[in-house]
Write a protein that binds this ligand. Sequence first.
Ligand SMILES: C[S@@+](CC[C@H](N)C(=O)[O-])C[C@H]1O[C@@H](n2cnc3c(N)ncnc32)[C@H](O)[C@@H]1O
Length: 258
Amino acid sequence: MNNTRIVAKKQFGQNFLKDQSVLRKIIEAMPDSDRRVAEIGPGLGDLTKFLVDVKSVDAFEVDTDLCKHLNEVFTDEITTGRLTLHCGDVLEHWKSELLDVPYELVANLPYYIATNIILKALADPKCEFLLVMVQREVAEKFSASPGEKNFGALSVIAQSVAEVSILVHVPPEAFAPPPKVDSAVLLMKKTANRASDAFEQMLKTAFAQPRKTLLKNLSARYGKEEVQAALSSRGYPSTVRPHQISTADYHQLYTQLH
Ligand SMILES: C[S@@+](CC[C@H](N)C(=O)[O-])C[C@H]1O[C@@H](n2cnc3c(N)ncnc32)[C@H](O)[C@@H]1O
């Protein structure tokens, strides 16, 4: 692919994935389905060229130079409708649904907005599956299990609606230019639609001060005695910390407190 004229732009989080073995692992982990794929940030098209081989793709790219490049490289795929290229900021395009048909999000995400994109995809009823490269730290927050130090509001939000796992850890050398952080590919298979806003508000309160007790945090929003009773009915002592209780128990607590 001729890309000698393109210089990576830091402000758009451009770190192009060059490691062919990682690209192959991503493609192999895609479900066998006839859903469309949404790719956010196709960049130079290294992942896109694998994606269009297996599925129809809608790609969203903010950088006008890259858009021009992609239009040239994928002329045939664009003509046949295998690839639809949307030039512009994906967040402006994305209302509650990114596409109007069921889709899978497969992307090496721009890291500066990766968490926001994942939360939007989890809340998007048309998004049924996510396979996304993100900072390793972000992947670990979404995939942490109860009891682990990274288990927080993001873990509960994600694991309320999806089976979440890390497919592979990826070192900086897999990219050009290499990012300053380690990366990981996060796999999320949606199993439900998003829980309510009120549930997420409760989680925000529950994890507001992660080192304090859950009782103390939740008492900022609910009556202390009610919280104590709800915790003890689930078999938890009043000293339990927010990262020590399971996603299912957060849902039970929510039901009891509302
Ligand atoms: C980490 S690079 C990935 C590029 C390519 N997919 C790859 O794997 O080599 C992130 C891409 O997202 C694009 N991008 C950044 N912010 C964006 C936004 N708000 N909307 C759409 N694309 C964006 C960047 O221009 C860049 O192409």
